[in-house]
Design a protein around this ligand. Structure first.
Ligand code: IDP
Ligand code: MG
Length: 135
């Protein structure tokens, strides 16, 4: 069993798709072991996405992530990290496989509905940041 970190991003929350995303997560066999709705501060969004701080889209990314509330999730399943990345689909919703979260709920490469940790180390770091009680 593995735990990964996921976010239902502000675009999907604003579009009232929170329940639909959670329904799909449970239907795909994940256990939700942590869940919180927060409105990220600029400092927190910058810390969370620090790895992208040199990218040209960093400012846009931080302003998107702080534009409204998001839902933070800790998801447990066998191979949860890869399973959730697969269920999310490619970063760009236009390139995401049919029926994935980003294909269904995403709008563009920035506003792409969901986040998921990309490796065991990042899952640990991200879970520690948002769900320290679970790590
Ligand atoms: P990932 O979320 O699929 O792991 P990353 O490359 O790690 O993709 O990028 C992190 C987030 O930054 C993306 O989910 C998306 O919200 C945003 N992003 C990535 N590329 C672009 C871009 O070219 N323009 C605007 N935002 C972007
Ligand atoms: Mg990433």
């Amino acid at each position: 069993m593995q735990t990964t970190f996921a976010i239902i991003k502000p675009d999907a929350v604003a579009a009232k798709n929170t329940g639909k995303v959670i329904d799909r997560i449970e239907h795909e066999g994940f256990s939700i072991v942590g869940m919180k709705k927060i409105h990220m501060s600029q400092a927190l969004a910058e810390q969370f996405y620090a790895v992208h701080s040199a990218r040209p889209f960093f400012g846009e990314l931080v302003s998107f992530m702080t534009s409204g509330p998001c839902v933070l999730l800790a998801l447990r399943k066998e191979n949860a990290i890869a399973a959730w990345r697969d269920l999310m689909g490619a970063t760009d919703p236009a390139k995401a496989a049919p029926n994935t979260m980003r294909a269904v709920f995403g709008t563009n490469v920035g506003s792409n509905a969901t986040h998921g940790s990309d490796a065991p180390e990042t899952a640990q770091t991200e879970l520690k940041l948002f769900f320290p009680e679970l790590v």
